[in-house]
Design a protein around this ligand. Structure first.
Ligand SMILES: Cc1cc2nc3c(=O)[nH]c(=O)nc-3n(C[C@H](O)[C@H](O)[C@H](O)COP(=O)(O)O)c2cc1C
Length: 379
């Protein structure tokens, strides 16, 4: 039962003229996505998030995507131990910015859809149509325990998410009072006013990696995150074509995003040295091992060498494409990602506020010259 209303007008935010959308991922969490002990690691504090969003907004960055996290991972830094709740965070950022889309990352099984729908509408009203939803089903058992909620098996998780999103979209679009009688949700005489801003629906994305997760996104979402490796972009391109073909069979168009980590410096040597310093020599390995244990990833399953590689990947940003180098190299890599058919990338830095100005000054103009970014109109 999909309630996607194709007749509702699309909003401009994520549908702007830039061929490659760029966004900042993970800034609402302490340490962001870099599992590092270096002193300049990201605070995740509200003043830093606000300064970052305003800087990003001025520079024409398209979106800010938070991580829905309720419990940190311990280790020497209590990695992601401090996190700002994402809808509230988005609402605050939307009040203080003009252009960018701020997402909330919402755990369907943990947040009641009536509460979530209204909180998201409130953020969307504040942002005059710039709120977006990243719907997640969750995976971290400890977080579910904390809510006293049992984690459903993988397939049922997405069945529940389907009902949750159907109910939310009905609350966002139906003028009348309605009952919702699903397998999991039984909602009586639902009234939901006001609606999202301007008679449009918020942009909805999902990052399901399994066939079930991807099929959920194809049926319900505007955007889907897929994984990509720079060394194997042909595989990502094939994946993009496959997902788009499936979406087409459902009469739907889907934007495809990937997540990444950027270390951009004037020379490749500097970029590599900083990368090694922060994410190898000073990684918070105790936190890395806690994350892997939570995901049930062990050396016994993978063998010593592959396991070390998994640990390294986990340290540099919980996975995702890794872009290291000069502005020319980063622009070239981003162009290759776009060439693979990917609509946009949500990336992180070790310290977003320190590193974003150089990226904006050096990489964005190169992307503009390559025709991947529309020149920013100053309002
Ligand atoms: C870019 C990206 C962002 C994600 N954000 C979150 C998040 O904030 N919270 C969370 O619990 N899971 C998050 N996930 C996990 C996904 O929602 C999803 O559960 C995971 O990719 C496994 O896919 P599956 O559910 O289809 O098995 C994220 C994944 C990606 C790739």
């Amino acid at each position: 039962m999909s309630t996607q209303n194709a007749s509702m007008p699309k909003r401009s935010g994520m549908n702007n003229a830039s061929k490659l959308k760029i966004g900042l991922f993970g800034a609402n969490c302490s340490s962001g996505r870099a599992v590092t002990m270096v002193e300049e690691r990201w605070s995740g504090s509200w003043p830093d998030c606000l300064r970052l969003a305003q800087m990003a907004d001025e520079a024409g960055i398209d979106f800010m995507l938070p991580i829905g996290r309720w419990k940190g991972y311990g280790g020497d830094t209590d990695y992601q131990g401090e996190t700002l709740e994402t809808i509230t965070w988005a609402a605050g950022l939307l009040a203080k910015t003009k252009r960018l889309v701020a997402f909330g990352t919402v755990h369907a099984p943990l947040i009641h859809p009536v509460v979530a729908a209204k909180a998201m509408v409130t953020a969307d009203q504040i942002g005059e149509g710039r709120f977006g939803l990243n719907l997640v089903c969750g995976w971290n058992e400890g977080e579910f325990e904390m809510f006293g909620v049992a984690q459903r098996d993988h397939e049922t998780r997405y069945d529940y998410a389907q009902e949750w999103l159907d109910a939310v979209k009905m609350m966002w679009s139906r003028a009348d009072e309605f009952d919702f009688a699903g397998q999991f949700l039984k909602l009586k005489r639902v009234r939901a006013k006001p609606k999202p801003y301007g008679g449009t629906l918020p942009y909805v994305m999902n990052a399901g990696a399994s066939p079930t997760g991807q099929s959920f996104a194809i049926r319900n979402c505007d955007g889907l995150f897929i994984s990509a490796k720079l060394q194997a972009l042909h595989e990502a391109a094939e994946n993009v074509r496959r997902v788009r073909r499936l979406a087409g069979e459902h009469g739907r168009a889907l934007d495809i995003f990937t997540a990444g980590v950027i270390t951009c410096r004037p020379s490749r040597k500097e970029a590599e040295e900083y990368d090694r310093h922060t994410l190898t020599e000073h990684a918070d390995w105790a936190a890395v091992d806690n994350i892997l244990a939570l995901k049930d990833i062990t050396q016994a399953q993978h063998g010593a060498e592959a396991f070390q590689e998994i640990r390294r990947k986990q340290a540099y940003g919980m996975g995702g494409v890794r872009l290291i180098g000069t502005p020319d190299e980063i622009a070239r890599d981003l162009a290759a990602i776009c060439e693979a058919g990917i609509t946009g990338i949500g990336f992180s830095f070790v310290n977003y506020l320190d590193e974003l100005p150089y990226f904006c000054a050096e990489v964005i103009p190169r992307l503009e010259r390559l025709g991947l970014r529309a020149k920013r109109s100053v309002s």
